[in-house]
Ligand binder design. Sequence first.
Ligand code: 5GP
Length: 190
Amino acid sequence: MDILKQRIIDSAEVLPGNVLKVDSFLNHQIDVELVSKLGAEWYERFKNEGITKILTIESAGIGIACLTAQYFKVPVVYAKKSRGVTVGNDYHTTKVVSYTHGQVYDVIISKNAISKDDKVLIIDDFLANGSAIKVLIHIAEMGGATVAGAGVAIEKAYLGGGKDIRAMGYRIESLVKIKSINSKTITFDE
Ligand code: 5GP
């Protein structure tokens, strides 16, 4: 997707560990007009799938998921990283390794947030090693839902997480694929 690619070229910074800082448009500060266009694109790609819920993980995914859900006209469920009192005792939980922090943390959704009647579209900002998307697939399936696929804004294709998940039979629609990041130079796949 050219507008997203161009914004990465214009505004992304490469941090140590090849972490892309996209705080001026995707994380931290959100360019609502741009992210709405990402949502519209995923809607075009998944509109015939009978999506009933958008699923993401807090916190970076929430804004992107909400701007996408406005096209599908379905609710957003975001998996939580801590069990606040409002979650109660009836929840599904699993663990994920954070790409940016390297820590393992719990991921939680209430059992009443997703059911076997749901067809879920997963949305997230980045796909790197694939842990975040895999955990969202897992937790959706723990709730009995069907996973229609995942939409990610930026896939670090060189890390192979997307290849793995596609090989498991899931559809992933990433809007920009990064082929390599070398001493601050970002190369795109297509
Ligand atoms: P994965 O679980 O696929 O290894 O990593 C995806 C998660 O890590 C995303 O939810 C995202 O928050 C974070 N992430 C991975 N790579 C980057 C990056 O280059 N920049 C930022 N800002 N987040 C990233």
